[in-house]
Design a protein around this ligand. Structure first.
Ligand SMILES: Nc1ncnc2c1ncn2[C@@H]1O[C@H](COP(=O)(O)OP(=O)(O)OP(=O)(O)O)[C@@H](O)[C@H]1O
Ligand SMILES: [Mg+2]
Length: 464
């Protein structure tokens, strides 16, 4: 059992003397301290040991402290980040806060200040949740239940809208993750529309639709004579998207050889056409979407790790429909109006039982499946209300549910365990995804699993 006040601390500091001084102070008062001399090592450690507090020097070699902050923040949103800034450098301090630092310590760092700031930061996970809930509440109290064409009043969707708008204004590459049919394409469009380049083109390419050789020249273009049939020079999608956004759908299906070229573009903002030597600079923001877990693909050698790290700085996770049941009636009404109008039919709503069936169904195909179900129901319906018979879904089979909850009769701890286990099951065991759906930290899930003896606290069990 961890001692009270003991935190896991990670120090990212390149100067060995300063590093061991900081480490000495913090471990002498009982904290578990790890150190890393640079950002890359620190990112690796971060995933494995999930520290509560991270202290980071800003002028690191290689990946600088700002970039580290952005990447690390995305990996461990609930941790506390303390940037160590030189005194008097206001610009640096502001930039550190913008990149995700929670607090600043100015050098030279006094031991008492260090201890105080770290202790306060250790309380932060609680504050962070409060702040998040408060923000979600504020968002939920907005009169709007949709953003552009995206219907969603559930706090998880309101959080997504907030993040989406923030991401849209930045220049970063954006990765949209979520199960099939959750609305990733709508999110990609909204990111473009709300960005500063909304006047520019939005060009989409589905990486799963083209063979390897064709995909490469489709993306990067080719010179005349680059291959048999290349009769003229052709501009690729990157060049077509100049000044705008390139949406790479089903990114997980991009072959490794094309991934290399994509990574090069993301790093240097330059490309070469197939069969050419000329370097072409284009101003394109890449938005990518995938319904597969890229981490698993990296582990299987099907996706480049360096590209994965590059892409996961800004991730927008679109929650599955079953994680936001309160949106089901809203979406059902939305599609009902749409299809009633399209089909010129007078359908006013759903019977109470039909509504109940809709909310109780797990929707493995997410919003797309719901959309098709309502379309079919509108077409079939012969009354002015849609009934369960019109709906192409099976009512949930309560018998098949091995774990059931009797209320009153269960303890809150049982409800928690049930909810966490069911969520993990639904997302194929990935603590990261389960944590996102449940609105808790990945660390909480690990602690609980350990407590229940379900899994060892071992990062190798993660993401599998
Ligand atoms: N929140 C939403 N509000 C309204 N319509 C939605 C919403 N989410 C999804 N849809 C609709 O559901 C359908 C599927 O959405 P979309 O194509 O964006 O899914 P996707 O996540 O890209 O799926 P896939 O991984 O299979 O490509 C679309 O017709 C879309 O308009
Ligand atoms: Mg899609």
């Amino acid at each position: 059992m961890a001692q009270e006040h003991t935190g896991r601390i990670l120090i990212v500091e390149s100067d060995p003397t300063l590093q061991s001084e900081l480490e000495g102070h913090l471990s002498s008062i009982g904290h578990l301290v790890e150190t890393a001399p640079d950002g890359f090592t620190a990112l690796e450690l971060l995933e494995r040991s999930m520290p509560d507090v991270i202290l980071v020097e800003l002028d690191l070699e290689g990946m600088d402290g700002f970039e580290f902050l952005q990447q690390a923040r995305a990996l461990l949103p609930s941790a506390s980040f303390i940037a160590m800034a030189e005194s008097g450098s206001t610009d640096t301090a502001v930039k550190a806060l913008e990149c995700g630092a929670d607090r600043l310590l100015t050098r030279p760092i006094r031991p008492d200040a260090l201890v105080l700031v770290v202790e306060r930061s250790l309380d932060k996970p609680l504050h962070a949740r409060d702040a998040m809930d408060a923000r979600a509440e504020a968002a939920a109290s907005l009169p709007t239940t949709r953003l552009d064409h995206i219907v969603g009043a559930h706090p998880a969707m309101q959080r997504l809208f907030n993040r989406m708008l923030q991401a849209a204004k930045s220049r970063s590459t954006v990765l949209i993750q979520g199960e099939t049919g959750t609305g990733k394409e709508l999110v990609a469009k909204a990111v473009h529309e709300h960005s500063l380049r909304s006047e520019g083109p939005l060009v989409r390419l589905n990486c799963a639709a083209l063979a390897e050789s064709v995909l490469e020249s489709e993306l990067f273009g080719h010179e005349k004579g680059a291959f048999t049939g290349a009769l003229t020079r052709r501009r690729g999608r990157f060049e077509q998207a100049d000044g705008g956004t390139l949406f790479l759908d089903e990114l997980s299906e991009m072959p490794l050889s094309v991934q290399v070229k994509l990574l090069r573009f993301l790093q240097e903002r330059e490309l070469e056409r197939v069969g050419g030597n000329e370097t072409v600079s284009v101003n394109v923001r890449v938005v990518a979407a995938t319904n597969r877990d890229l981490r698993t693909l990296v582990d299987d050698g099907k996706f480049r790790e360096d590209l994965y790290f590059r892409l996961k700085v800004v991730v927008l996770e679109v929650p599955p429909l079953r994680a936001r049941p309160s949106d089901i009636p809203l979406l059902a009404d939305h599609f009902l109006r749409l299809y009633a109008e399209e089909n010129g039919k007078q359908v006013d709503g759903f019977t109470p039982r039909a509504r109940e069936a809709l909310v109780g169904y797990p929707w493995p195909g997410n919003v797309r499946e719901l959309q098709h179900a309502i379309e079919q129901a509108v077409v079939l319906c012969e009354q002015d209300l849609i009934s369960t018979e019109d709906l192409p879904i099976e009512p949930p089979d309560r018998e098949a549910e091995p774990l059931s909850l009797l209320v009153p009769g269960v303890t809150l701890a049982e409800v928690e365990r049930y909810t966490i286990m069911k969520t993990l099951e639904a997302v194929g065991g990935s603590p990261t995804r389960a944590a996102a759906i449940l609105g808790i930290s990945k660390r909480t899930i690990h602690y609980r699993l350990e407590e229940w003896g379900v899994a060892k606290r071992d990062s190798s069990t993660d993401e599998k």
